[in-house]
Design a protein around this ligand. Structure first.
Ligand code: NAD
Length: 320
């Protein structure tokens, strides 16, 4: 008998790749669905918005990790309709394909963006959710869709609200995410751009801890059928932008030429969460200290750039 696969939509992305490697290492059969190929595994190149295609692809699945999404909050302000289409329509399409095939477990990548400007920190899951950009709106809508499929069709759903993920293999074009951008700027001796005074505190969660949470969520769904749950994935130990830069200066051994720009609207001073709920539900907690996670991330990027500059090497295929 062919083993039933776990579907990972967005499995060629930053988190998806590392999740897939961990699932494969644990003996799971995988089917990756993405718009682009994963460098690690065969990939079904498909758009999750294509429901007919999704119906065929999810047919034999055990469950779905739904990571596929557009992910840039700033870009979503410029292109709200695109975000609604990709993220919300994409999720409806995956859920409908699952319903058609009677596959009922979905674990979903949500975001701190559902909270908007928090009224208090640390944020708890049942605090007000009032997104301040279309990206956050789509994540909240995607959660609402999942919870409605749990109520209406007996799905089992878990939404994991990540705060700031970071770690090796995080690449964006252009690089919009703070940690890879700071590493690049400090390493190359470029100006380090900081919006506001650098005192903004964020909750930086290391990628392998986030991956570990997905494995625990998978086990959790086997014990909690036909229920919907949502959890903050948080370290509970926020760090300011200037603290991050300080760590990176020590690790890289170069000082940062910081250039401050005016603060951005909709950039809360504090954004971090309480993780009691996920700790109690599946005994997850962030295990990686910030300085260790940053050191591993710096090692990866420096190795990656060195590979890029070495003739004959294939950039992007380096595994940390
Ligand atoms: N990186 C973070 O800090 C962060 C924080 C909160 C939430 N998240 C969420 O985590 C998930 C993974 O994020 P990531 O950082 O790995 O992003 P990523 O951009 O590296 O990965 C997303 C993947 O989804 C794919 N994709 C997008 N639209 C698709 C479509 N219509 N059909 C098929 N594939 C599609 C992309 O090609 C990409 O490979 C996303 O849902 C994101 O919103 C990320």
């Amino acid at each position: 008998m062919t083993p039933t696969p776990i579907i990972v939509t967005g499995g060629a992305g930053f988190l998806g790749r590392q999740l897939c490697r961990r699932l494969a290492a644990n003996g799971h059969q995988l089917k990756i669905i993405d718009l682009k190929p994963s460098p690690d595994y065969p990939t079904v190149i498909a758009d999750v918005r294509d429901t007919e295609r999704m119906r065929r692809e999810v047919r034999d699945a055990e469950l779905v990790f739904h990571l596929a999404s557009l992910i840039e909050a700033g870009e979503s302000v410029e292109k709200p309709a695109r975000y609604i289409d990709y993220n919300i329509q994409g999720t409806v399409s995956v859920l409908e394909a699952m319903r058609y095939n009677q596959i009922r477990t979905l674990i979903f990548s949500s975001s701190a963006a559902v909270y908007g400007e928090p009224r208090r920190v640390p944020i708890k899951e049942d605090d007000v959710t009032l997104p301040i950009n279309p990206y956050g709106v789509t994540k909240l809508a995607m959660e609402g869709l999942l919870s409605s499929y749990v109520s209406a069709y007996g799905f089992t759903g878990v939404a994991l609200r990540y705060f700031n993920l970071y770690g090796p293999e995080e690449h964006h074009q252009p690089e919009t995410h703070a940690i890879p951008r700071f590493i690049q700027q400090i390493y190359r001796g470029e100006e380090v751009t900081v919006w506001g005074n650098g005192q903004h505190r964020r909750d930086y969660v290391y990628i392998s801890d986030v991956v570990a949470a997905h494995l625990l969520a998978l086990e959790f769904t086997r014990r909690h059928h036909a229920e919907y749950h949502y959890f903050n994935l948080s370290t509970e130990q926020p760090a300011s932008v200037l603290e991050i830069i300080g760590h990176l200066e020590r690790i890289i051994g170069r000082s940062a030429q910081i250039k401050h720009f005016p603060g951005r609207p909709g950039d809360p001073l504090q954004l971090y969460a309480d993780a009691t709920k996920v700790r109690q539900a599946f005994e997850w907690q962030a295990a990686t200290r910030l300085d260790e996670g940053l050191a591993a991330t710096v090692r990866y990027f420096i190795h990656h750039w060195d590979d890029e500059n070495t003739p004959g090497d294939t950039a992007g295929q380096h595994t940390p």
